[in-house]
Design a binder for this molecule. Structure first.
Ligand code: ZN
Length: 129
C-alpha cells in the first residue's frame, strides 16, 4: 500500500514538473516550509525537495530557469497595506495584519506578495509569457 502511494506520488511529480517545464520559460517558487522555519510548520513535506530538484533540472534542460524567492517579507508583509505589523497565528490559521486588520490564509498572502514582488522586478515579463 505504502509502495503504491509512493509510486503514484512519483508519477504525479514527474507529470507536473514536465508540464510546468514545457509551458513556462521562467518560474518563481517559494517554499513555505523554509519561510516558516522560524514560525512553526507541521506541513508534511510530500517530497517537495524532490519536486523542486526535478523541476529545476527540467527547466534548465529546456533552456528555462527556476528562481527561488525566500525573503521574509513574503511571509510577514501584509499584501493589502504593505505593512509588516502582522501576526502569524500558526500555519493553518493564517495571518492577521495589526495595521489594517487584513486576515488571510498564509499561502494566499504569500502568493499576493510574490505577485507584487514580480511586478516590481524585471522577472515579470518572463513570468507572464
Ligand atoms: Zn495590512
Amino acid at each position: 500500500m505504502h509502495h503504491k502511494r509512493a509510486a503514484a506520488l512519483k508519477s504525479m511529480r514527474h507529470e507536473i514538473t514536465s508540464q510546468l517545464a514545457s509551458r513556462f520559460r521562467s518560474l518563481v517558487v517559494t517554499d513555505l516550509r523554509r519561510l516558516l522555519a522560524s514560525a512553526q510548520s507541521d506541513e508534511p513535506s510530500l517530497g517537495v525537495d524532490d519536486f523542486l530538484k526535478q523541476l529545476s533540472y527540467k527547466m534548465q534542460w529546456r533552456g528555462g530557469e527556476l528562481n527561488f524567492a525566500h525573503t521574509p517579507e513574503l511571509l510577514y508583509g501584509c499584501s493589502q497595506c504593505g505593512g509588516s505589523q502582522t501576526s502569524i497565528r500558526g500555519s493553518s490559521e493564517g495571518l492577521r495584519c495589526n495595521a489594517c486588520g487584513f486576515e488571510s490564509p498564509l499561502e494566499a498572502n504569500v502568493a499576493q506578495n510574490l505577485i507584487k514582488l514580480l511586478e516590481r522586478s524585471e522577472l515579470a515579463e518572463h513570468v507572464k509569457a
